[in-house]
Write a protein that binds this ligand. Structure first.
Ligand code: SAM
Length: 286
């Protein structure tokens, strides 16, 4: 890894470089961010697209490197983000389309890519209050599901997404793509199942677990009187007993037809919008 990415190492301030070679060491480092190990080591991740980069900078995310295609040079918005990157001590790379394709592994890549510092929220930083809705995911495996859920949680007005146990990485390229930018708006927490159970005890949050064998119809639960955590199970095995038994309610979404279960992302969306609808009804009554 070059010094461009190391958190503690020196950072070359405000450089603008032209790169056309795929074997350039900085490009190799950026490409290595497709590996979880390299993302963790550097504490960084990649986001594609000018709109996403602008949104991220507006929300105060720290940019380390901006990469843009030669063809985008001189476009006012690209120049603006390049200036901001330099002002924050980041590196700006002007690259050929071939280099951009190899970074993003796409034939028709976006014109702009940003390398940002990862941000995690700690579980003890979450102070649930009435009106808050959280989504907790037990061992979510599929990056597309996680990205869709982060996007949906953002759209539903949830306060944070909690990753319980060994989950797929919210900062992988595939997950970030699926969030459509919501990764920059939705706080993400990671914890073990034991930490989640302990937090449940002390936080006062009301945990509604979803389970195919849930005793209660999900529409019969009162979501609006306490801060709520919607707890979702793993794609293959569902919720383990220790998490299901600890929940304040275990609910099912009634189904018809031959399908065994709903897709995790779809079930989470149904739950989140029902919980938020309940809050809106309560607000309307005031
Ligand atoms: N074979 C798994 C099982 O036995 O639970 C199916 C898991 S399902 C694909 C993934 C998660 O979505 C479940 O753990 C649950 O949280 C949620 N889910 C899917 N369909 C549901 C339904 N009809 N009612 C309640 N939760 C559901």
């Amino acid at each position: 890894m070059t010094d461009t990415f190391h958190k503690s190492g020196p950072r070359k301030v405000g450089q603008v470089k032209e790169v056309t070679s795929l074997s350039n060491p900085i490009i190799k480092d950026i490409k290595a961010l497709t590996n979880k190990k390299d993302r963790e080591e550097t504490g960084t991740f990649m986001a594609e697209g000018l709109k996403l980069v602008i949104d991220a900078l507006e929300l105060g995310w720290e940019i380390r490197t901006l990469v843009y295609a030669k063809a985008a040079k001189g476009k006012p918005l690209v120049e603006q983000v390049a200036t901001k990157t330099v002002a924050h001590g980041g590196l700006v790379l002007e690259v050929s389309e071939k280099v951009l394709s190899s970074i993003t592994r796409r034939d028709n890549p976006q014109m702009v890519v940003g390398i940002f510092e990862q941000r995690w929220k700690r579980l003890d930083e979450l102070r649930p209050e009435k009106g808050d809705t959280f989504v907790a995911l037990d061992r979510v495996r599929d990056p597309g599901n996680l990205g869709t859920i982060i996007r949906t949680a953002d759209a539903a007005g949830a306060s944070a997404t909690i990753l319980v146990g060994e989950c797929t990485d919210p900062f992988s390229l595939e997950t970030v793509r699926a969030t459509m930018g919501s990764v920059f708006a939705m706080p993400v927490v990671r914890c073990t199942a034991e930490e989640f159970l302990a937090w449940h005890k002390r936080s006062g949050a009301y945990v509604v677990a979803t389970h195919l064998a849930g005793a209660i119809d999900y529409r019969k639960v009162e979501y609006a009187t306490k801060p709520v955590v919607i707890l979702m199970g793993n794609e293959q095995s569902g919720l383990p007993d220790n998490l299901a038994k600890d929940a304040d309610r275990t609910v099912r979404i009634p189904q018809e037809g031959r399908a065994d279960s709903l897709n995790l992302g779809v079930a989470t969306a149904v739950m989140l919008f029902e919980a938020r609808r309940d809050l809106l009804i309560l607000d309307d009554r005031k």
